[in-house]
Design a protein around this ligand. Structure first.
Ligand code: GLN
Length: 192
């Protein structure tokens, strides 16, 4: 199994390390030709405005969009979630627009810019997941077929899935708990 990690900007090294711990071939993707032959793609956290500009400059935007539309499994974390969403409460990001969710950037404001919480994610089992939020977005609305996988105690939606597309507002690659990555690899493996 070969998983690409978009390596324009942001926390791609940590995703590659998590995948390698799970004994999966993990490759950084900076050029369109590096998308060839992948079984899945991770779009990491970082700065969604920068990632979006760098993707456009490298002719990656349309390629990634059509791969997602053609069923390549993708996992977007934090900024990656913003890029995959089809609606955004800001206007300054050109998202890939493949997932039926509306997101709000920097949804937690200054008071809670960064925080960690034990999050219940039923698809990962009973044990709560250590979720690290860094200037994180939130899912404001589901526009179509996406399914919410996790909510904070106040009801804010922070993870979702739509077919083979998976997103989290937090950073599973910054913890030693590999269950979220394993869940993504199961989607890649089983194709459902
Ligand atoms: N605040 C960033 C953005 O809006 C996302 C932060 C992150 O990916 N950790 O793009």
């Amino acid at each position: 199994m070969r998983i690409g990690v978009l390596a324009s900007q942001g926390a791609f090294v940590e995703h590659i390390a998590a995948l390698r711990q799970l004994r999966v071939e993990a490759l950084p993707v900076r050029l369109a030709k590096e998308l060839n032959g992948l079984d899945g793609l991770i779009i990491p956290g970082g700065e969604s405005t920068s990632i979006s500009k760098l993707m456009l400059a490298a002719n990656l935007t349309e390629e990634i969009k059509s791969l997602a539309q053609n069923g390549l499994p993708m996992f977007g974390t934090c900024a990656g979630m913003i890029l995959l969403a089809n609606k955004n409460s800001d206007q300054d990001v050109a998202p890939l627009g493949v997932m039926d969710i509306t997101v709000r950037r920097n949804a937690f404001g200054r008071q809670r810019e960064s925080f960690e919480t034990e999050l219940s994610i039923p698809v990962l089992g009973e044990k709560p997941f250590p979720a690290v939020f860094i200037r994180a977005p939130a899912i404001e609305r589901v526009n179509g077929k996406a399914e919410i996988l996790a909510r904070l105690a106040d009801g804010t939606a922070v993870a979702a899935r739509q077919g083979k597309l998976l997103v989290s507002a937090f950073h599973p690659e910054l913890t030693s708990d590999l269950r979220f990555h394993r869940y993504f690899l199961d989607i890649v493996d089983r194709g459902n």
